[in-house]
Design a protein around this ligand. Structure first.
Ligand SMILES: [Zn+2]
Length: 93
């Protein structure tokens, strides 16, 4: 009865990317190596290129596990603190 809906779910399966592709969004990606079994997860920022493996080169695929744009926000405050330190030093007389 609900075969049509099932088919749609399969069509929108996991997103797969390859080395040198630009990441569509910041998030956690699972790295799957073809030449050796060493699955792990990495954080890739949006527009960054997916890195290649030192062992199997380009034979790596990346699967989006969890899009997490908030990860980027958490990193920003640290950078702005450093900028403030620079300003203090320059303004101090
Ligand atoms: Zn590898």
């Amino acid at each position: 009865m609900s075969r049509r809906r099932r088919h749609e779910a399969e069509a929108s399966g996991p997103k797969i990317f390859k080395t040198h592709d630009a990441a569509p969004e910041t998030g956690i990606y699972r790295v799957v190596h073809v030449a050796h079994r060493l699955p792990h997860e990495v954080v890739i920022l949006k527009d960054e290129r997916f890195p290649r493996c030192g062992k199997c080169k380009d034979a790596v695929i990346f699967e989006l596990v969890h899009a997490a744009p908030d990860l980027f926000k958490h990193l920003r405050p640290r950078v702005s603190e450093l900028a403030i330190l620079d300003e203090e030093e320059a303004a101090g007389s």
